[in-house]
Design a protein around this ligand. Sequence first.
Ligand code: NI
Length: 169
Amino acid sequence: MIRTILIYGAPELQTKSSPITDFNDEIKTLAQDMLETMYAAPGIGLAAPQVGINTRLIVLDLSGGEEVGHQVILANPEITEQEGSEKGEEGCLSVPGFTAVVERPVKIHVCWQDIEGCPQEIDAEGLLARALCHEIDHLDGILYLDHISLLKRDLIRRKIRKKARAGEW
Ligand code: NI
């Protein structure tokens, strides 16, 4: 089932999410719904708070569903190591119509649990590292807008407020 993606301004997007302790059917359904919602958007990553659920679950598919075997579901993901920093352009399904350059680590090590609760880990770099950092941030109520310059952030906020006044946000 495709769920509604919340946009900037929704309190769920600025709330710290709770860990998953019970890998039950509800979580499995949420993960499947999030994948469906992400592909429909379309996007390459989605975090549970973006569909209004403050639980530590993210889904990723860097191929956007174009290729099989790229789909990943991560419960309770944690960045345990990080190295370097590089700038790259990011957008977010919850901030539609905007992008900005964000500084992220070049390499990260991430630990998580799969949908059955089994521990997993990966070394990631490039776009995968960036996408993981972006989505994991969502679980802590952080948007990419929180990482950009005050000037650029205010500019985007002003444009959003203008859209909101026009009933377009
Ligand atoms: Ni996002």
